[in-house]
Design a binder for this molecule. Sequence first.
Ligand code: C2E
Ligand code: CA
Ligand code: CA
Ligand code: CA
Length: 277
Amino acid sequence: QAKRQRRGQLVYSGDSDDSGPMRLRILQELHSGLEQGQMALHYQPKLDLVTGEVHAVEALVRWSHPERGLLYPDSFLTLAEDAGMMRRLNQAVLTEALDQAALWHRARRPLSVAVNLSPSSLVDADLPYELAAMLNQRGLPAEALEIEVTEEFLMSDHDRTREILTRLRDLGIRIAVDDFGTGYSSLAYLRELPVDDLKLDRSFVFPMAEDARAAALVFSTIELAHSLGLHMVAEGVEDQTTLTALAENGCDQAQGYFIARPLAASALDDWLATRER
Ligand code: C2E
Ligand code: CA
Ligand code: CA
Ligand code: CA
């Protein structure tokens, strides 16, 4: 109940009436927003800590609402999920992300784009076919796409999850475990799952600069991940001290406001061009 109320306020801030008519209105707006292509993607670079280059970005959805301006995913994802609109949202996100990836590839900037997929779309047995077709249509290699799934979800439905992830991975699509460290998985268990990258949750990364024990925890997690053949990506890097410490301790990639905020595609192009100069 409390959860419901919070959700309503996320879109209609200050307005606590989440029942009946108000909720219905948000849903209608979401519906027409999807129909009218109001979903936009921002892309946040993933910095390769070995080469200092950017070969990958994460796509993050925003709702460009005609009256309310730019809305962030935390304010509408739960609603979309509850209303059974996640499949359509994912479709819109994947289409946009792959169209953009194709533009980059044609411009000789072969960035890999990571897309966040909700648990509900990952139990869809058609997903691997659909993704393969979408990549094909655009002449994109499978490496152009990465899928991020939350650790929480990975732990929920083992057999089914493993099957779909395995098929995605057989296509050559990379799989990343998002928000790593916030769930209850063991690294040993993750080794058995078909995944490539671990994205260490920012709640571990953020305190590193100030807290030696937090840093020690991150460093030993990097080592463990490597010993199991997994890549480590740190998210939420907000200062130079943290970035340096991660690089010196073998972290593979980093993402965060200190490197770049999520940017519209054109702004990202400018950002990349400035770095190359
Ligand atoms: P996430 O996948 O963990 O994405 C990282 C979030 O942290 C993003 O928030 C990003 O803007 C933010 N972030 C990046 N660097 C920093 C930093 O240095 N400091 C801090 N404090 N935050 C940072 P955003 O864009 O609001 O997305 C929130 C969540 O919504 C995402 O968390 C993801 O779970 C979900 N999401 C975003 N886009 C999609 C999508 O297209 N589909 C689905 N199903 N979920 C999405
Ligand atoms: Ca993510
Ligand atoms: Ca994350
Ligand atoms: Ca998150």
